[in-house]
Design a protein around this ligand. Structure first.
Ligand code: IPT
Length: 952
């Protein structure tokens, strides 16, 4: 070990990975050797530059009495010291590698500790381990400089045995926000300096374990597993359940149950050296590239994945075990089977959870240089030999730390770092060190260094071409399988089009699935805004709410996007018509024996009978036709159909018995239009027209009331508060509709009254709806009739002029003065839009108006319920002909559109109701492709009706 005494802060801008640290090695959570967690409250002093303070604070006896305190693990900027910064890919400092700004927030940390009783200072040594510090740290123990390091989300260990005392030890750590390492850590996330992962002192008794590599393969042709544990320190390996007791380095082959993400069988073992016993959790599995496919244990896998950043709304990237477990459980319960650890190795405990519960992992190195794209990748560190040692250090720290996890099946070199020799060097080193896994890097378009052709945000058509092998590319690439390492940008409302991707993935072997961008919104809990995003801390450069693009909200509540994804990636297909039911096991390894199937039969959305359904324990990939029972005798001529559900037959590690894994609906008899016959006609009175239960303004033709229910502002509506996906990303070359919608004034349509015609049994109101400045418009006619009790409205819309954009929505809106509960028969329970409606289950539903809202961090269009036959709200019952999209909220669309945070929305006295004949799809254009043609709402002649009745 080398001790250094650098006085100036030169190391901060040095491209080297650091000095003084021990070689990387396998990480394990526990052993029988003593250890001492140094997590907790530390003394803390923030200074504005890297060398504003000298290193006197590291000397024993220094008086830090006046210092603040911070929690370790933690980020000081989330503990009232300084502020976080969010940029997507722009470096928040001048790009002049490896130089960093003089203004370099630097946190001095102090921790005093005694060794626990029984810690034997005469036996062996000790190691001080940092699991994650952003971005550069220099460390002193008891006044001795022991080294410095970079590589924020990677472990660093220092040999400190001879510096330790039984009591009164002083650990001093100086952490710099910016360093040369920051150039390699330009991920799309908050810049959050601090000691954000555990700090641990590990006793290393004489003869204790150093590094070890568990090789546990599975031969699917024989059902045998082969175990060999290579260890730097000789010892023995035992696995009692397999009767294994062998020397390290010695292979042993026995019959085993294989590990897969669907069947995560782990065997408990022990690695025992002279000085230490380390518990092992061994999963036998073999990953290979065969027949142009990624195969595990001889079978191709289909990744149904997510990209996971580490995030907690109060603690940032300092996650505790329970939060990590919550992520894994939520993923498993939503049918997700794979995680890409975007864009750095996660806390090691997370990988233990992936081993235990079963998730395929792409473990990604802590490397991104995205900001260099602004200068056409000039001076990119990954193509500059001076930086290669730092890159290799990062690759080694990831691989050595994580190599014993069966869940890790692919190593990823990093993200968005362009191309260059440094990446090639990393790939070569990884292939040489671990031939049992594949190597991934999306930027390697020719697959020179990689084993899988990876794309991000490719549109459906391109993905299909890749599936068909018609995408061209180098000879090597054409032999390789393909994944989407990112797709389905889950920013705000959406992503749309997932079902369409899944159909394509399932149609071509070469396509082995994808990973949604991303798991969680990185909103920061904030008294001002509920959740803060980029710009809320006064950053000079920022990317706004682009940091809130997850399938779960910052508090981990599932968003509708996650519910949709769960449905789209169901492991069981349940399809058919009213007489036949076809069940398909879409898993890669497990049969269906863990599931119990049930049927229920609905009349007008109400279940009248249900029972269990015998389904054979189909092998992976198999389908069977299953006989449904005789339909129960129908009562009246209502709409009928089956709902079939597959539930967990018993409690599992991740879900309770009864948890619904998959479902399908099979209509039997279709809905009839609500019968209606006009029997009364409009009667003109003083300034008013009466029609059955309704009263209108005679001059404007505006509806005023239906029975006792006051109705305000009923008129055609085409506007929605644009979603992040409507707005689209600035760099998208495709048409971005939100900007055009605003240009063409769809948010400021004017309603010209042409005629109010009470005649015969109909009150006809003729209008033209059009924006200032433009010649196009929508001729809109409202035709009102009544059967004495009920009121029917038929809206006819005829566009005129040159309509070059789709409509955001097409329907009517109106205000009700009091409304709270809503009941409806239609799709639910969550919101849905044309291309996000797989999970919309047709049934009877109930909610409050408040609960209909989806709390997107940046407010935007949300909360529509699809395929609504009828809805009841505020004393009115509304029947649609045909079905409609139903939305209700305590603020107007304009208020929703203007809000930047949820705290900008204050409920008014009016509940605004939208009944839509059409909605434009959602798409994924906040980073990916827009709305597929079949989900676009084009202006065209349309007619739709609603029947209103007062239900008192
Ligand atoms: C892609 C990045 O890999 C990811 O980190 C994130 O920024 C995502 O986009 C958008 O949220 S890069 C994309 C701009 C091609």
């Amino acid at each position: 070990m080398s001790f250094r005494s650098t006085t100036a802060a030169e190391y901060v801008e040095d491209v080297s990975p650091g000095s003084g640290a021990l070689p990387p090695r396998a990480w394990y959570p526990a052993s029988d050797a003593a250890s001492l967690s140094l997590n907790g409250s530390w003394r803390f002093r923030l200074s504005p530059t890297a060398d504003a303070e000298d290193d006197a604070f590291a000397e024993p006896g220094y008086d830090a009495g006046g210092w603040a305190e911070v929690s370790v693990p933690g980020h000081w900027v989330l503990q009232g010291q300084g502020a976080p910064i969010y940029t997507n890919h722009l470096y928040p400092f001048p790009v002049d590698p490896p130089r960093v700004p003089t203004e370099n927030p630097t946190g001095d940390h102090l921790r005093f500790f005694d060794l626990p009783d029984g810690w034997d200072l005469t036996d062996g040594g000790a190691v001080l381990r940092f699991d994650g510090v952003e971005s550069c740290a220099r460390v002193w123990l008891n006044g001795t400089d022991i080294g410095e390091f970079k590589g924020s989300r990677l472990p660093h260990e220092f040999a400190v045995g001879r510096l330790l005392k039984p009591a009164g030890n002083v650990l001093a750590v100086r952490v710099h926000q910016w360093s040369a390492g920051s150039y390699l850590e330009d991920q799309d996330q908050w810049w959050l300096p601090g000691i954000f992962r555990d700090v641990t002192l590990l006793h290393r008794p004489a003869g204790s374990v150093l590094d070890f590599f568990v090789h546990a393969s599975y031969d699917h042709t024989t059902g045998q597993g082969t175990l060999r544990v290579d260890s730097d320190v000789d010892g023995r390996v035992s696995v009692p359940a397999l009767d294994i007791d062998v020397a390290t380095g010695e292979p042993v082959t026995v019959p085993v149950e294989a590990w897969t993400a669907e069947t995560p069988k782990l065997y408990d073992g022990v690695l025992a050296t002279e000085g230490e016993r380390v518990p092992l959790r061994i999963g036998f599995r073999t990953v290979e590239l065969a027949d142009g496919l990624i195969k595990v244990n001889g079978r191709a896998v289909l990744f149904k994945g997510v990209n996971r950043h580490e995030w907690h709304p109060e603690k940032g990237r300092a996650l505790d075990l329970e939060t990590m477990r919550e992520d894994v459980l939520l993923m498993k319960r939503h049918n997700i089977n794979a995680v890409r650890t975007s864009h750095y190795p996660p806390h090691p405990d997370f990988l233990d959870l992936c081993d235990e519960y079963g998730l395929w992992v792409i473990d990604e190195c802590d490397l991104e240089t995205h900001g260099f794209t602004e200068q056409a990748w000039r001076d990119n560190p990954v193509d500059d030999d001076r930086w290669t040692p730092a890159l290799l250090d990062r690759a080694a720290r990831m691989v050595e730390r994580d190599k014993n996890h069966p869940s890790v099946v692919i190593w990823s070199l990093g993200n968005e770092a362009g191309t260059g020799r440094g990446l090639t060097a990393m790939a070569e080193w990884i292939h040489g060190r671990d031939s049992s896994r594949l190597v991934h890097y999306e930027g390697d378009i020719d697959c020179r260094d990689t084993d899988v052709y990876s794309r991000m945000y490719a549109d459906h058509a391109e993905v299909e071409r890749i599936g068909q092998g018609l995408d061209g590319g180098t000879h090597k690439r054409r032999q390789l399988p393909s994944i989407l390492c990112e797709y389905g940008h889950a920013m705000g409302n959406g992503p749309g089009g997932l079902a369409d991707y899944q159909r394509i993935f399932e149609s071509y072997d070469r396509l082995q699935g994808g990973f949604i961008w991303e798991w969680i919104d990185h909103g920061i809990k904030d008294d001002r805004y509920e959740y803060a995003y980029g710009g809320d801390f006064g950053e000079e450069l920022h990317d706004g709410n682009f940091v809130c693009d997850g399938l779960v909200f910052p508090d981990r509540r599932p968003s509708p996007g996650l519910v949709e994804y769960k449905k789209v990636i169901e492991p069981v297909g349940i399809e058919g018509d009213g007489t036949t039911l076809r069940v398909t096991n879409k898993q890669d390894f497990a049969d269906l024996s863990a599931l119990a199937f049930e049927w229920s039969y609905q009349v007008d959305g109400e279940t009248i009978e249900s029972g269990s359904l015998a389904v054979p324990a189909l092998a992976p990939g198999e389908s069977a036709d299953v006989k449904l029972p005789e339909p129960p005798a129908a009562t009246g001529g209502g709409e009928t159909g089956w709902t079939v559900r597959a539930r967990l037959a018993a409690d599992t590690a991740w879900g309770p018995q009864g948890h619904v894994v998959a479902w399908g609906q099979l209509p039997v008899s279709a809905r009839q239009s609500p019968p209606f016959a006009a029997t009364v006609g409009p009667v003109s009175g003083e300034g008013l027209i009466t029609l059955g239960p309704a009263v209108f303004d005679a001059r404007s033709g505006a509806l005023r009331s239906i029975g006792p229910v006051d109705v305000t502002g009923l008129r055609l509506d085409v506007w929605r508060a644009t979603t992040d996906n409507d707005d689209g990303a600035a760099w998208q070359s495709d048409v971005r509709y939100a900007a055009l919608w605003r240009k063409f004034g769809l948010h400021r349509m004017r309603h010209r009254l042409d005629a109010v015609e009470p005649a015969g049994d109909t009150l006809t109101v003729r209008t033209r709806v059009a924006p200032a400045a433009w010649e196009f418009g929508l001729a809109t006619v409202y035709r009102w009739t009544s059967d004495g009790d009920r009121l029917r409205l038929t809206v006819s819309v005829s566009p005129d002029g040159d309509w070059t954009v789709p409509l955001p929505r097409l329907g009517i809106r109106f205000g009700l003065s009091s409304a709270d509960r809503v009941r409806w028969f239609g799709g639910g329970p969550e919101e849905a839009y044309p291309d996000t409606k797989s999970a919309s289950l047709v049934s009877r539903w109930e909610s409050t108006v408040d609960d209909l809202q989806t709390p997107y961090v940046r407010p935007q269009e949300n909360g529509a319920r699809a395929d609504v036959r009828w809805a009841e709200i505020g004393g009115l019952r509304i029947e649609g002909d045909p079905e409609f999209w139903f939305t209700a909220r305590r603020w107007s669309t304009e208020q929703l559109d203007a809000a930047a945070h949820r705290t900008d929305l204050t409920p008014g006295d009016t509940v605004w109701v939208n009944l839509d004949h059409g909605q434009h799809g959602i798409g994924s254009q906040s980073c990916g492709p827009g709305v597929l043609p079949q989900y676009q709402l084009h202006a065209g002649p349309a007619e739709f009706s609603f029947v209103f009745s007062d239900i008192g």
